[in-house]
Design a protein around this ligand. Structure first.
Ligand SMILES: NC(=O)c1ccc[n+]([C@@H]2O[C@H](COP(=O)([O-])OP(=O)(O)OC[C@H]3O[C@@H](n4cnc5c(N)ncnc54)[C@H](OP(=O)(O)O)[C@@H]3O)[C@@H](O)[C@H]2O)c1
Ligand SMILES: [Zn+2]
Ligand SMILES: [Zn+2]
Length: 352
């Protein structure tokens, strides 16, 4: 075991502060990574503030962070995929049983015994897992991914959650040429959704509550932008979408989007607000529309997404911050005031 520098929350209201956490020494299948950048996902904020207490109560201290890019510093004797010096990345999962039907299908996100990168029981050290707001992490090589060398590491970090969470449902629901796709909420997830839907060849419409994001939405790849609080702008799209990705982090009216789907259209929720959403069923019944959810993605699809980003030169638009600004960044995230993902420069942890 060794001590890693990290930032943790002591309680739902404490904010984050400097600490050290125990990490295991790399065993034969492990990769030890010196973390260069870690994105700030809105899920980190939900978890740190215990907003998901009914489904995933937070165990304190909590070290969040599941958008990790770094350099391999050590490898176990049986590790074949990585060597010291390689650029490597870790997302929301660090382990699974490897034997269940979901794992066999490469869909580790559905494994009943999957281990999340933070706030999940740690099989090796006891207690819970600690995430990427840290100078290093030790992960089984099966859950470590390659980052294409043409991608900027600060902008690549958010691909590990915001990227795969938007890419996976778009691939599942066949977003592509000849399809009309909507993206609701231009935040960390939403802006990646726009880039992917555009790169996949769909006609992309962004729905935002922030009129100031209109120009950006077009620059990011949207063909049209609607201000969701303007009823006329919404009405214009009634009954026309094949697919809508809802990436909103707070309570909102989802029926307004169900009404925009065509027959057999699908709306997928990836946003995970604290409170339940109300869904009038007639909107679904009348046009056989469907509503679904989607969690992150499996390991093979995450690597496929990273490779797709390498080919299409896609990274997140990031504001790089030192870790000392993390509490301020959380306040801004709640106000949807980031363009479009914070990426923590972990070199700043060395000055603690
Ligand atoms: N399913 C999964 O596996 C998964 C993975 C990662 C994250 N998530 C969840 O996805 C959600 C989004 O995460 P994120 O990191 O992208 O968050 P984010 O960067 O904060 O973006 C959320 C966006 O939602 C919109 N929004 C915020 N408050 C709103 C309100 N009251 N009404 C309507 N729109 C509002 C804003 O977009 P506009 O300014 O454009 O309106 C905001 O930028 C979070 O709940 C997160 O926990 C789920
Ligand atoms: Zn996330
Ligand atoms: Zn499994």
């Amino acid at each position: 075991m060794y001590n890693a520098e990290a930032y943790s929350a002591r309680s739902a209201t404490s904010g984050l502060a400097s600490t050290t956490v125990a990490r295991r020494d790399a065993n034969e299948h492990d990769v030890q990574i010196e973390i260069l950048f870690c994105g700030i996902c809105h899920s980190d904020l939900h978890q740190v503030r215990d907003e998901w207490k009914s489904v995933m109560p937070t165990v304190y201290p909590c070290v969040p962070g599941h958008e990790i890019v770094g350099r391999v510093s050590k490898t176990g004797s049986a590790v074949a995929k990585f060597k010291p010096g390689d650029l490597a990345s870790v997302g929301c999962l660090v382990d699974s049983d490897g034997t269940c039907p979901e794992c066999q299908a490469g869909l580790q996100q559905f494994c009943p015994n999957a281990t999340l990168t933070y706030n999940a029981p740690d099989k090796h050290l006891g207690g819970v897992t600690y995430g990427g707001y840290s100078d290093s992490i030790v992960v089984d090589e099966r859950f470590v991914l390659h980052v294409p060398s043409n991608l900027n590491p600060a902008g690549a970090a958010p691909l590990l959650c915001a990227g795969i969470t938007t890419y996976s449902p778009m691939r599942h629901w066949g977003v592509g040429k000849g399809k009309k796709a909507g993206v609701v909420g231009l935040g960390g997830l939403g802006h990646m959704g726009v880039k992917f839907a555009h790169a996949l060849g769909a006609h992309v419409v962004v729905f935002t509550t922030s009129p100031g994001k209109k120009e950006d939405a077009l620059r990011l790849g949207a063909d049209e932008v609607a201000i969701s609080r303007n009823a006329d702008e919404m009405q214009k799209h009634a009954g026309s979408f094949d697919f809508i990705l809802d990436a909103v982090s707070a309570e909102h009216d989802i029926d307004a989007y169900i009404q925009l789907l065509r027959r057999d259209g699908n709306i997928t929720l990836v946003g995970a607000p604290e409170k339940p959403l109300s869904i009038p069923v007639f909107g679904l019944i009348m046009k056989r529309r469907s509503l679904s959810g989607s969690p992150i993605g499996g390991i093979p699809e995450t690597q496929e997404m990273l490779n797709f980003c390498g080919t299409h030169n896609i990274t997140a638009d990031v504001e790089v911050i030192p870790i000392q600004k993390v509490n301020e960044a959380y306040e801004r995230l709640v106000k949807a005031d980031v363009k479009y993902r914070f990426s923590i420069d972990m070199a700043s942890l060395k000055s603690e």
